[in-house]
Design a protein around this ligand. Structure first.
Ligand SMILES: Cc1cc2nc3c(=O)[nH]c(=O)nc-3n(C[C@H](O)[C@H](O)[C@H](O)COP(=O)(O)OP(=O)(O)OC[C@H]3O[C@@H](n4cnc5c(N)ncnc54)[C@H](O)[C@@H]3O)c2cc1C
Length: 426
């Protein structure tokens, strides 16, 4: 057993939710953060398409309706309003932290579009938006003197006394347990110790590691949900799992490479074995995934094709450079000319640890944010590019509640407010 540690706030997870929570807590607060694998092995680093924002107040109703429709109207309406109203302030903060979103000719934010969005409202950085955002957040957190990051240290249980959470029991993880090959073996792997904390935030990401075919990192195995369930914390909608229509087909075992929905948003089309279109590519993810599965059944195949023939080559080169390079290297296919094989793949978890509008769980002292948590914003099916946004919004709200004991007030719905948020980012 290693020596126990103590802190004010323990944050379990170093994806966007965990990092942004740390940045929004007071500098007087002693914070310990855990990462189960290497720091860069979080799904936040993999996000391609982008992050939604309310571009102007005139879009509020449409953004709300798109989110609700994709979620089959099972979304918690209060959460949808919080997410959308908070989005301009979140994007402005990311710009302040140095995130380089693409710009239009006038210097304003450029917006791309994805499936089930009635208009472009997605900020992006080429096809590596998640890496751009997460790297900036990580740089900012690393500069904080009040934060200690423990890499390859996994939560294995919660510390609970008198019904209240007081931190976590953790275990040192050997590098070979993580996906990345590491040169050295950790001699102390397996050792456990306690991290005691006044408040604990669970930000452990999704559950893709439990599936044979997933776009997630394999070490994301829903640990927080399982531990919370064993400790009697309320969970919600554990059967709400999102299957993404277009994982790249044909690679070996391991994480499936995602072909971003923004490819279809920019005009890429799905083709059956005969080379014909068979569905509207811009419907919600679950509808497109079901159409692909049905087409595979009709054709007797185990994939369909995605063609970029309607996407301008300048767009492919400027927007989808990483996807093009990956397809070339993995399958020898150039999306400038060749259709690529795609198949529905596990991607996202809409359910999770039940939280309120401030990320508080049913256990005093315990909060949750990001994909691990369920605040009901996505309903039964998440709208593309709402996840990074939701993770950041609830991370900030949990940090605010922990710091002040109060709920973060919602920005007022005024056109001026949105303009002000963006004005100084230009
Ligand atoms: C390929 C891909 C593309 C995506 N594209 C988009 C997109 O364009 N737009 C969008 O909005 N969303 C996208 N998503 C979804 C989005 O990236 C994630 O939902 C979001 O990043 C989750 O952030 P998070 O902080 O909750 O979790 P993560 O970023 O996954 O971080 C989880 C953290 O928890 C740690 N952890 C897990 N278990 C333990 C444990 N037991 N002990 C200690 N630490 C633990 C991990 O080590 C990691 O640090 C995409 C997802 C994938 C996989």
């Amino acid at each position: 057993m290693h020596e126990d540690l103590g802190c004010d706030v323990l944050i379990v997870g170093c994806g966007v939710a965990g990092l942004y929570a740390a940045l929004n807590l007071p500098r007087t607060c002693a914070i310990t953060m855990l990462s189960k694998g290497a720091l860069e092995e979080c799904d936040s680093m993999l996000a391609q398409g982008g992050i939604c924002v309310l571009p102007d107040d005139a879009d509020y109703d449409a953004f709300f309706e798109d989110t609700m429709r994709a979620g089959h109207y099972e979304n918690r309406r209060e959460s949808v309003e919080i997410m959308i109203r908070s989005s301009p302030a979140i994007i402005a903060d990311l710009v302040r932290l140095g995130v380089a979103f693409e710009r239009d000719e006038s210097g304003g934010l450029a917006f791309t579009r994805e499936g089930a969005h009635s208009r472009p409202r997605i900020c992006y950085h080429a096809d590596t938006t998640g890496k751009e955002i997460t790297t900036r957040l990580l740089d900012a957190v690393r500069a904080l003197p009040n934060v200690r990051i423990l890499e390859r240290v996994a939560m294995v249980d919660l510390l609970v006394a008198g019904g209240r959470c007081g931190g976590a029991l953790v275990r040192l993880v050997a590098p070979e347990e993580s996906t990345r090959t590491a040169p050295e073996l950790r001699e102390d792997a397996g050792a456990c110790f306690r991290v005691r904390a006044l408040r604990t935030i669970l930000a452990c990401g999704g559950i893709g590691g439990l599936y044979d075919r997933s776009t997630n990192y394999p070490q994301l195995t829903g640990d927080a949900c399982m531990i919370a369930a064993e400790r009697g914390v309320a969970l919600e909608h554990l059967d709400y799992v999102q299957i993404h229509p277009t994982g790249l087909y044909g690679e070996g075992p391991g994480r499936t490479f995602l072909i971003s929905e923004s490819c279809r948003g920019e005009g890429a089309i799905l083709l059956n074995r005969a080379g014909e279109r068979f569905t509207d590519e811009l419907q919600p993810r679950d509808v497109v995934a079901a159409a692909i599965r049905e087409q595979m059944r009709i054709d007797g195949t185990d994939h369909v094709s995605l063609s970029f023939e309607r996407v301008a080559s300048e767009v492919i080169l400027s927007h989808f450079g990483t996807i093009r390079a990956h397809c070339l290297e993995a399958l020898g296919l150039d999306i400038l000319h060749d259709p690529i094989p795609v198949v529905p793949t596990q991607h996202y978890f809409m359910g999770g640890i039940s939280v309120d509008a401030d990320g508080a769980t049913s256990m005093p002292g315990l909060f949750a944010a990001g994909e691990t948590a369920c605040n009901g914003v996505h309903g039964r099916n998440r709208l593309a590019s709402n996840s990074l946004l939701e993770s950041l919004v609830w991370a900030r709200r949990a940090a605010w509640r922990i710091s002040t004991g109060a709920s973060l007030p919602l920005p007022l719905p005024s056109g001026n407010h949105v303009e002000q948020e963006f004005a100084w980012t230009r």
